[in-house]
Design a protein around this ligand. Sequence first.
Ligand code: NAD
Length: 249
Amino acid sequence: MKESIELISRKIRAGGKNVVFTGAGISTESGIPDFRSQGGIWEKFRPVYFDEFMSSRKAREEYWRRWVVLYKDLMRAKPNPAHQALVKLHEWGLLKSVITQNVDGLHQASGLPDEMIIELHGNTRRIRCMGCHQLTPIEEVRQRLNQGEAAPECSCGGYLKPDTISFGQAMPMVEVEKATALSKDCNFFLVVGSTLIVQPAAQMPYYAKKNGAFLGIINLSETPCDSISDVLIQGKAGEVLPKIIRELA
Ligand code: NAD
C-alpha cells in the first residue's frame, strides 16, 4: 500500500492534467449507500425505468416515495475525508476536473467549484420538469409532497422529476462530451469508488489509458479495469485519499 500511495502521489505531482473519476463508493463513508455493495440501494428498491416514469402515474408515485426516503439520508450526509482530499488537490493546483457518476452533490458541498465538476448522471438536489425543462426549487417540491401531492407536476402540466438520469433516459450530451474530452486529454486518471460497469461512464478510464494517461484505481471491490490499471488500491477512499494528501504534503 505504501509504495502505491507514493507512486500515485508522484504521478499527481508530475501530471499537470489530473482527472479524478468518482462513483457511489466515495460517498458510502458519508452514509449514502452505493448501488451494488451488500446493503446497497438495489437490495431495497427495484429501479424505476424512465419510460415507466413517463407513462405510469403509479410508477411516478413510487419514484417520489423513494426519493423522500433517500433524500432524508442525503440531507444528513456530509462530505467525508475523501471528498475533502480532492478539495486539497484543487487548492494545491493539482486537480483539473472531477468527473462524477454521483447525484448527491457532495463534491459541491465539500467546496469544489461547480465548474470543476462534471455530473454524468445529474443531481438529485435539483428538480426538473420533463415538459418545459425548467427547474423548480426543491423546497417548494418538498412542501407539496408533505402536503400530500404524490407525484408533483409543473405549472405547464409536465411531470416534475429529480434531475438525475434514470435507466433508459438519454445521457446529458454536453457532460458526456466534456468528460470524454478530459479523459482523452489527461495525463493522470484516478478512479475512486466505482464498479465501472455503468455505461457510457465506464468508458472514461479506457479513453484515458488508451491516450497514454497513468490509470489509478481506489476501490473496495474488483472492477473490469483492474487489469489495465497502473496502480490498484483495494481500500476505503476515506482512508486512502487522505494518505495521498499526507504524502503530497
Ligand atoms: P456502484 O454501487 O456500482 O459501485 C460502488 C463501488 O464502490 C463498489 O465497487 C464498491 O466496492 C466501492 N466502494 C464502496 N464503498 C467504498 C469506499 N468507502 N471506498 C472505496 N470503494 C468503495 O456505484 P457506481 O459505479 O458509481 O455506479 C452506480 C450508479 O449509481 C451511478 O450511476 C451513480 O449515479 C448511482 N449512485 C449514486 C449514489 C450517490 O450519488 N452517492 C449512490 C448510489 C448510486
